[in-house]
Design a protein around this ligand. Structure first.
Ligand code: 5GP
Ligand code: ZN
Length: 111
């Protein structure tokens, strides 16, 4: 996926500060943060989005959510609370067609 921004970050073609990396996923800061804490948890596998998940992807989705919970605790928002958001498709506001989970917190967030 040569033209995928997240694949290029995963493959270190685009420089980005990687906060956590495992064989299956990375965590980075969002380049345009919408909250004091705004991280993206991204699988290394190029899955275009939630709508494209296959049965075999169940495990990685669980890993992504669990890592988001860990990163929230690490960033001191485990108790104050946070939002986890998957945007899906055009009406869902998805702009990057590589699956990612937004972790947003550090302030009181709206509905
Ligand atoms: P989406 O709208 O697809 O759910 O979210 C994509 C997110 O990726 C946006 O919040 C956007 O700011 C972020 N983003 C887009 N390009 C880059 C990039 O090159 N680096 C980082 N760190 N974030 C990016
Ligand atoms: Zn990709």
């Amino acid at each position: 996926m040569d033209d995928c921004v997240f694949c290029n970050i995963i493959n270190k073609i685009i420089q980005s500060q990687i906060l956590f990396e495992s064989p299956d996923l990375i965590v980075i800061n969002d380049i345009m943060p919408k909250a004091p804490v705004h991280l993206l948890v991204i699988p290394k596998k190029h899955i275009p989005g939630i709508a494209h998940l296959e049965a075999a992807d169940e495990v990685i989705v669980g890993e992504i959510v669990f890592k988001a919970k860990e990163m929230a605790q690490k960033h001191g928002i485990g108790e104050s609370g946070y939002k986890l958001v998957f945007n899906v498709g055009p009406d869902g506001g998805q702009t990057v067609p590589h699956l990612h989970l937004h972790l947003l917190g550090g302030k009181k967030l709206g509905e």
